[in-house]
Design a protein around this ligand. Structure first.
Ligand code: NCD
Ligand code: ZN
Length: 347
């Protein structure tokens, strides 16, 4: 039995750091375990230009704990007003590593996103030429489509035609939640990858309604049926190169989640490595953890693997985490999968 593993320092390929007091509160939790993170641009207002990305990056660096060598990898928020030149010049700065496609209205702060995908085709053409990945929130917003089907319908209606039209474009299907998504990525060739969150590996949709409504298990795309979760576990732990970690750690103040219309997003960053080690160990695949968290992501993005390392150890007593953290006057609840976790990051 493996009781201790040392892997190249992991990266998080999908992270919400927010701004202001929340940024100050959450950044250290990611910087403690991760070398780099792809930082989502869905601020208010969204990060739509290279200059805005540069300014946001500076705020992140200023909020880092002293001595941290964490590197934020910035993204641009794609709107119908984004031009190919905007994207080329942002990519030329070297700090923008991807462009994020939010279908307008699909999730938190996505109103400025894209309604008609064809309007952004010239931008996608330019990205394809310069090798800049497109990160996709893969859900249709059509209210006639059941919320549990929105990912699968998106694959058919939007992603399959996009994949066929821009064969050279690097596309990441973010936070895959269905077997349909797993199958799509696996069949789509090496220019397509998928990120998977720790929480979608650990909970299915029952968790949302377990003896009452559980707002801290609500995120988008929403967790699906158990057979989808099992497909995600197989994809993540299977050792294939096309899947890697994107935590989608999405902190919201408890007051915005525990309310009549609670918002979507799960704060998972602090518990991510413990959760993943448990999932991989339970699957008998702990030796594949480094591919998922440390090797596959840099491979897809064309970046070096981190030189630093991270060690995880099996622990006899279950790992204990705080229930929540403070952010200014607010609290933010951590993801708790509700099962004992017997791995910890070693100091
Ligand atoms: C994210 C957020 O809060 O910004 N929420 C979520 O439920 N995942 C946005 C997103 O990634 O969809
Ligand atoms: Zn997200």
């Amino acid at each position: 039995m493996t009781d201790r593993i040392t892997i190249p320092r992991p990266d998080d390929w999908h992270l919400h750091l927010r701004d202001g007091a929340v940024l100050e509160a959450v950044l250290a939790d990611t910087a403690r375990h991760f070398g780099r993170a792809i930082v989502m641009p869905n601020l208010v207002p969204p990060v739509t230009s290279g200059a805005a990305a540069d300014a946001y990056r500076a705020r992140i660096l200023a909020a880092l704990p002293a001595g941290s060598d964490f590197t934020p990898l910035m993204t641009l928020y794609l709107t119908e007003a984004t031009s190919a030149d905007d994207v080329r010049s942002a990519a030329n700065t070297g700090i923008v590593h991807a462009v994020k496609l939010y279908p307008a209205g699909a999730t938190t702060n996505s109103e400025a996103g894209v309604r008609d995908i064809e309007t952004v085709y010239p931008v996608l053409e330019a990205m394809s030429e310069i090798g800049l990945p497109l990160l996709v929130h893969g859900e249709v917003v059509d209210s006639g489509v059941d919320i549990f089907d929105r990912e699968a319908v998106f694959l058919d209606r939007v992603l399959a035609p996009l994949r066929a039209r821009f064969a050279d474009l690097k596309i990441v299907l973010e936070h895959v939640t269905t077997k349909d998504g797993v199958d799509f990525v696996q069949c789509a060739g090496p220019n397509t990858a998928g990120t998977i969150t720790p929480h979608h590996l650990m909970i299915n949709r029952n968790a949302l309604f377990n003896k009452g409504l559980r707002p801290h298990f609500y995120c988008l795309p929403v967790a699906k049926r158990e057979h989808h979760r099992l497909a995600l576990v197989e994809a993540a732990t299977g050792g294939g190169e096309q899947f890697f970690l994107g935590t989608d750690s999405a902190p919201h103040p408890d007051k915005d989640k525990e309310t009549a219309c609670g918002c979507a997003g799960i704060y998972v960053a602090p518990v991510t490595m413990t959760c993943l080690a448990q999932v991989f160990d339970d699957a008998g695949k702990i030796s594949n953890l480094e591919k998922f968290v440390s090797l596959n992501g840099p491979g897809f993005y064309g970046l070096p693997v981190n030189d630093a390392t991270l060690t995880l150890e099996r622990c006899v007593d279950p790992a204990i985490f705080p229930v929540s953290i403070s952010a200014g006057a607010d609290t933010i609840t951590l993801f708790d999968p509700g099962v004992p976790l017997h791995w910890m990051v070693a100091d």
